[in-house]
Write a protein that binds this ligand. Sequence first.
Ligand code: PEP
Length: 250
Amino acid sequence: MREKIIAGNWKCYKTMDEARTLITEIIAGLEPNLNRTVVLCPPYPYLHLAKELVIGSRVKIGAQNLWKEDWGAYTGEISAPMLASLKVDFVIIGHSERREYFKEDGALLNAKLKKALAWNLRPIFCLGEKLREREEGVTFQVVETQLKEGLEGLSSEDMLKVVIAYEPVWAIGTGRNATPEQAQEVQQFLREKIGEFWGNKVAEQIPILYGGSVKPENIDSLMAMPDLDGALVGGASLKSQDFLRIIHFK
Ligand code: PEP
């Protein structure tokens, strides 16, 4: 049985008081003994608070980004040793908003991934095609290139700590999710490629999440697919009732 993970990406939302309320409500609503990894990725300023609030619960905390160097004159950046010192568990790398608005490319993402692993932070590595690429029929080439560039040089042992999130860009924040079959097709392909590059053990164990307009209404049908091991959730992770329903998918 592969690990099942539901991760909430809060993006650039919530005040500190709202963050406290949301985390408290999510912890209170979790079914005991639920065999799932739950990850909350609030904005940086709330990571310390979040870590304190989840003490005694099974909820893990992730950052939304990190810088590729440990220390230095990089005004405004947050590094892996800083996150490690807060005992952050996960870090999102390669989100399409970082690729698009901050021009993060494969080489930079690869450096960030290696830095995360060096500091024992579990990367949630995002990839996915744009609408134009899907329409041009190059989805598989695009995601294979992103996979190779982002994960280049990682050993099989490293790969066992990585989580992949397939997030078609046209489905993020648009209300238009990929159908379960569309997501399954790409995620099966990704697992096959991972098997080719890093071996069958990694392919069988690595969690591949789906992200893109996941909601309480579509989570069950998405999670019924064999190669979908959880979800990376944006908008619907900002409301405790919606996120709790997603966490407790059937
Ligand atoms: C995301 O931010 O990773 C995401 C999938 O957003 P949304 O769920 O809002 O589409």
